[in-house]
Design a protein around this ligand. Structure first.
Ligand SMILES: [Zn+2]
Length: 326
């Protein structure tokens, strides 16, 4: 993925999400920022070694990747503000360095990946993200699948905003590593970044690759299934075969897991495209359960029906109200 010109910008952060919508959507992805305030005191941050000096931190919200070494610490994403102290403590408890988190790279603007930006910025970290992350954090707006899944985002406070933004890619040289962030132009959102640690053969794919089943594609924030497939395939083609893949949500994975996910995206897109070509409505597709063969990918956040809406809106270029920034 390193040489590609096709990986534009990405990264974001976002203040926080208030789930406006419906029911019980939102599993791990946004679980915390919903109707109910979660009990942060019960959340524990688990840090595990991925490879070399790269760690994965799991708590509530998106997975965090961390490069921890003599030069200090770089993290990818930062979950939620109330967890920042616990994240700092977990990093310190690794016993590798007392140096601070010097940089935070956001994979996209959603609040379960950028919620910790203000406390990290206030304690001296520099936030880096793709241009559109900053724009969306500033503007706020309604995220969603262009259908019944909607999430209200308030404009973020100043401390949440990335200080350094990039259009296509950026490299952070620390701890003997050339940490590279590449933009996926229209995947999960229009500001996604995939972050590669080449020396340690680890990649963080943000929410362009998740393990909870059908993914949330934020069509209202410039995301698309076509862009997600394209971005993940281009990245994968340039990654070493034995790369360890940190998904935006879920367990540490490998390229076989990524391939199975992309296969599902392609197959389900093709089925919905056929139905569109046959002039079927979204309601008809739901009634006919056109995604039933992929039922095992359905989840509390993105059900078959929600994913039909997502694919339909993505394939018919019906992005919803949130202005596209590119
Ligand atoms: Zn997200």
């Amino acid at each position: 993925m390193v040489e590609s010109d096709d990986f534009p910008e990405a990264l974001v952060n976002k203040a926080f999400l208030v789930l406006v919508v419906t029911s019980t959507l939102f599993l791990c992805a946004f679980a915390p920022a919903q109707e109910k305030t979660p009990d942060w005191s019960t959340v524990q941050i688990k840090a595990s070694k991925v490879s070399g000096n790269i760690y994965i931190l799991e708590g509530q919200g998106g997975n965090i990747a961390a490069s921890v070494g003599q030069d200090g610490i770089v993290i990818v994403d930062d979950e939620f503000a109330p967890l920042a102290e616990k994240i700092q403590a977990a990093l310190k408890n690794l016993g590798i360095t007392d140096k601070p988190v010097r940089f935070v790279i956001n994979t996209h603007y959603h609040g379960d990946h950028t919620g910790g930006n203000p406390p990290f910025a206030n304690s001296g970290s520099t936030i880096i993200a793709q241009d559109n992350v900053r724009k969306r954090l500033i503007s706020g707006g309604t995220a969603g699948n262009g259908g019944s899944l909607k999430i209200e985002n308030k404009p973020a406070e100043k401390a949440a905003l990335p200080i350094i933004t990039f259009e296509h890619d950026v490299t952070v040289h620390l701890n003997g590593e050339d940490i590279r962030a590449f933009h996926v132009p229209a995947g999960h959102t229009d500001g996604d970044a995939i972050i590669f640690f080449p020396q340690n053969k680890v990649v963080h794919m943000g929410d362009d690759f998740v393990r909870y089943g059908f993914p949330f594609i934020d069509v209202a924030s410039g995301g698309s299934v076509q862009g997600m497939i394209d971005g993940v395939e281009k990245a994968s083609a340039q990654l070493p075969a034995d790369v360890k893949v940190i998904p935006g949500h879920g367990v540490l994975s490998d390229l076989d897991d990524v391939r199975a996910y992309v296969k599902m995206l392609k197959e389900t897109s093709a089925v919905v495209q056929q139905a569109i070509d046959a002039h079927k409505s979204v309601d008809q597709m739901k009634k006919e359960k056109v995604l039933e063969p992929w039922a095992k990918w359905s989840n509390d956040f993105v059900s078959q029906d929600i994913f039909i809406e997502t694919l339909y809106n993505s394939l018919t270029n019906h992005p919803g109200a949130f202005v596209k920034h590119n």
